[in-house]
Design a protein. Structure first.
Lengths: 512, 344
């Protein structure tokens, strides 16, 4: 093997409470495409950010092109020839392709830009890769795939030697993926190296020469594609994580009749939000007293399913039935009227009113029940509600008037759960119910979910953490690329079998 | 509205030094400023503290204060309304036309009622103009998704233009005593406009503090997406705040016309500055979700006292404008500073 282009050794990065990277070694040789794999939270993004100069490692060394380097800022990394292309692109949508290509290094004299040369150079460089994109088109007019091409061409024009791509295919159509892979092959032929951070094992097998797998912040394996197969990668990715062991709950729960039935839910590419996963023909049902887990890697479409059922996002087709009767859900107001609740994945952005008191946060959805007369909210009823749930869920707070922002993440999440429980929902969808809260609080939230199920609520639980899914679900549905790829009973599921369904199982389309 | 006080944060991080002082200061800053200002003026100008002068101040602030109450609702939802001054002019002119029974303005200062419809119809007409203006702007904001800044900037121009068209033959003046009472009258020593202002301030306080609707206004301004996902009809709340401020602008137009005994197309010119300044100085955040009517009342009084004091001290009138502008920017700068401290 030739001398590596990039050699990272003993890289360690610690965040408050988390060891994100633990003594990681990573090597890329010239002219190779290297896949970086791992579950959500395995440490891929952290490694990537160190490589792009956004984070500084606490320990370890980086060698590039044979000499030790320090990447203090993103600019320093770019100057060395390491360019990172993020999922959310760094182009300025209102400017033209040419302006974006040469942003900050426009050709010309002094303050004056040589427009003609800039446009010609841009066209020429796009032409090298066989792309016919108008250099004078504003970037906002390009498709996601074309924008990505512009980023790649810009990276090339900066004399890059290593291009890092973070989930490059998540927002691309199949044709665009094919074109991307042709270009990557072309880059390899020219001696450039590419790092591919992805969840899609099939694509790794297609395009990568070697693969490194991270798990819980450690490098757990590395090898040549071909010598190692998909199954080996799956095994490496899941393993048995030491940090997250949850008590298994719900062995004695008994499921009742079907409460929520979703049939043929589809959602096409949303021009307003192109990064939302396209959903194809999602059908599922949940019974009273049952917890249905939805497992999938990032971008699989779990959150999109939840939001579509709840009426928070548009959907193209599909029917929803509650207790066997079809219902029309066009907005969250409709969903709530039919007894559906949603605990969204991003607590701060989507659930909490950080400037308001616990009381207001908890009662916001049930004001109607707490009112006297037409308009007035009864303080007494509201306080009684808060007190009831403080006891029931063991919410730790100074008083009902405490600002929600002053509560710990776990207690905030209990307030959000209480908001829905106050409405006595038939169906509760919880999206990443324990994200960003400590281990003890996670266990508490799990117990609460178990209790709710026992009280007869049909629960859909979405989680990136397989141990969590396995601990709380009765049944698990797996998703990949906007489709359902499997449905298994908890007792038949292992982390490995689920990961297989999440990462490599063929989708119905690719079978056809 | 006094929000929860004396709370022991559950989070373990201790707030020390500046971090502890800033939130307290930002809550009581407007009231403290007002007291300081009044003390300073009382010392510099003995005339200032006379009851006559203070009631005069109250009469002066009431009309813009009334609109500021509506602006509090709008800004609580992270919106803005720049059209208020123009709407005041439109409403005042419509009220005058109804009272007079024609557009033909007489310069006659005759106080006898002519062939008009009386002050009650005039007041209703002014309110209706305001509500309609608010409904149109609210529709453009919620249905056409045009940002409030743009919609109401357009409104500022459109309503002023309409006012100029209506009054092409000049100001309409000379109303009967019943009409004038709403602007010039007093109950005991208290000016009628001040009573209207205080009355609506109390009503608004009750609405924001004790009703479902009030909670929803705070929720929509605090986190629009969370409000939507909690089942709040966000579009309806947004629409409603523009109707509320339209209604109050219409009423203010009537009261102003009554006080001046005249309606003209340039009435209410530049009100948006004073009104927005009152709300913001009163501690309502332009980012939405935080603020109170109580603060707005303090903010209105503070600006009124400031202008009155400067007038009494014979300061160049242009300095008033400069002062209000500077204070507005400083208050928001402080708000930003307090916010960055909170987030740390």
């Amino acid at each position: 093997m030739s001398e590596p282009l990039l050699r990272m050794e003993h890289i360690t990065k610690r965040f408050p409470g988390v060891l994100a990277l633990d003594d990681v070694a990573f090597e890329v040789t010239p002219g190779e495409a290297h896949g970086l794999l791992g579950e959500n939270g395995a440490g891929k993004s952290t490694l990537l950010k160190i490589l792009s100069g956004a984070y500084q490692p606490d320990a370890g060394s980086i060698e590039f092109g044979g000499e030790p380097i320090a990447l203090e800022t993103p600019l320093a990394a770019q100057r060395r020839g390491i360019v990172t292309i993020y999922q959310e692109f760094n182009l300025i949508p209102t400017m033209t392709v040419a302006e974006n290509m040469f942003l900050g290094r426009e050709p010309g004299r002094g303050q004056f830009i040589a427009w003609k040369r800039m446009v010609e150079d841009t066209a020429e460089q796009l032409g090298h890769l066989g792309l016919s994109i108008d250099p004078l088109a504003p970037v906002s007019d390009l498709s996601v795939g074309e924008q990505q091409m512009v980023e790649i061409v810009r990276a090339l024009s900066m004399q890059s030697r290593l291009i890092v791509m973070d989930e490059p295919t998540s927002a691309l159509s199949e044709q665009e993926v094919d074109r991307l892979f042709r270009i990557v092959a072309d880059l390899k032929a020219r001696g450039l190296s590419v790092i591919f951070v992805t969840h899609r094992l099939n694509e790794v097998m297609r395009i990568c020469d070697r693969v490194t797998v991270l798990r819980d912040g450690r490098r757990v394996g590395s090898g040549r594609v071909g010598e190692l197969g998909v199954d080996d990668f799956v095994k490496l990715m899941v393993g048995r994580s030491q940090t997250q062991l949850f008590t298994r709950l719900g062995d004695t729960r008994a499921a009742g009749p079907v409460v929520l039935q979703v049939e043929g839910l589809t959602r096409s590419r949303d021009p307003v939000n192109p990064h939302a996963t396209v959903l194809a023909d999602i059908s599922l049902d949940v019974r009273a007293g049952e917890i249905l887990g939805i497992a999938g890697l990032m971008g699989a479409g779990r959150t999109e399913v939840a939001r579509s059922i709840f009426g928070a996002d548009p959907r193209d087709s599909g029917t929803i039935a509650i207790d066997g009767r079809p219902v029309t859900i066009r907005s969250p107001v409709d969903a709530i009227r039919h007894g559906i609740g949603l605990v969204p994945e991003d607590r701060k952005q989507q659930a909490l009113f950080l400037d308001l008191a616990v009381r207001n946060n908890l009662a916001i959805s049930s004001l109607e029940q707490l009112s006297w007369g037409m308009w007035f909210v009864s303080d007494r009823a509201e306080n009684a509600l808060v007190e009831r749930f403080r006891k029931a869920l063991d919410i730790r707070m100074a008083s009902a008037e405490t600002k929600i922002a002053d509560l710990s993440g776990g207690n905030q999440q209990k307030v959000v759960l209480a908001r829905w429980l106050a409405l006595q929902p038939k169906v509760l969808i919880v999206d990443e119910p324990t994200r960003g809260i400590d281990v003890a609080a996670k266990a508490e939230v799990h117990q609460q979910l178990d209790k709710m199920a026992r009280a007869g609520i049909a629960i859909i639980a979405i989680s990136s953490e397989l141990p969590e899914i396995l601990a709380i679900s009765d049944r698990i549905v797996t998703m990949r690329e906007g489709r359902i790829t499997g449905s298994v009973l908890r007792d038949d599921a292992t982390e490995e079998s689920l990961m297989h369904l999440m990462a490599v199982a063929p989708t119905p389309q690719s079978i056809a | 509205m006094a929000k929860a006080e004396k709370i022991v944060p559950v989070s373990t991080r201790a707030r020390s030094g500046l971090g502890a002082v800033v939130p307290l200061l930002s809550r009581y800053a407007p009231a403290v400023c007002l007291v300081v200002l009044m003390v300073v003026f009382a010392i510099l100008q003995p005339q200032f503290l006379t009851p006559r002068n203070l009631f005069n101040v109250m009469r002066q602030i009431s009309i813009e204060g009334l609109i500021a109450i509506g602006m509090t609702f709008v800004i609580l939802t992270a919106g803005i309304d720049l059209s208020v001054g123009s709407l005041v002019a439109c409403a005042g002119l419509v009220a005058a036309m109804i009272a007079k029974g024609s557009t033909a303005s007489s310069f006659s200062l005759s106080t006898s009622a002519q062939a008009g419809y009386g002050w009650f119809a005039a007041m209703l007409g002014a309110m209706l103009v305001g509500v309609l203006g608010g409904m149109i702007q609210g529709t453009a904001i919620t249905k056409l998704k045009v940002p409030p800044f743009v919609v109401t900037l357009g409104g500022l121009s459109v309503f002023r233009g309409l006012a100029l068209m209506i009054s092409s033959s000049g100001p309409i003046s000379g109303f009967d005593a019943g009409y004038r009472w709403w602007g010039q009258g007093s109950i005991g020593p208290v000016p009628v406009p001040a009573l209207i202002f205080v009355g609506f301030a109390v009503l608004a306080f009750i609405v924001l503090r004790y009703t479902r609707y009030g909670r929803q206004v705070y929720a929509v301004g605090g986190n629009r997406e969370a409000a939507r996902l909690s089942g709040v009809n966000v579009q309806r709340v947004l629409f409603s705040v523009y109707v509320i401020i339209g209604f109050l602008s219409g009423l203010a137009g009537f009261v102003l016309s009554a006080r001046l005994n005249s309606s003209e197309a340039v009435a209410g010119y530049g009100y948006e500055l004073t009104v927005i300044a009152s709300v913001v100085i009163g501690g309502t955040s332009l980012f939405g979700g935080v603020g109170s009517v109580f603060g707005t009342v303090i903010g209105s009084v503070l600006i009124g006292v400031l202008i009155n004091g400067l007038v009494l001290m014979d300061v160049n009138p242009y300095v008033q404008q400069i002062t209000i502008g500077l204070i507005l920017v400083l208050v928001v700068a402080f708000d930003q500073f307090a916010k960055s401290r909170r987030l740390k």
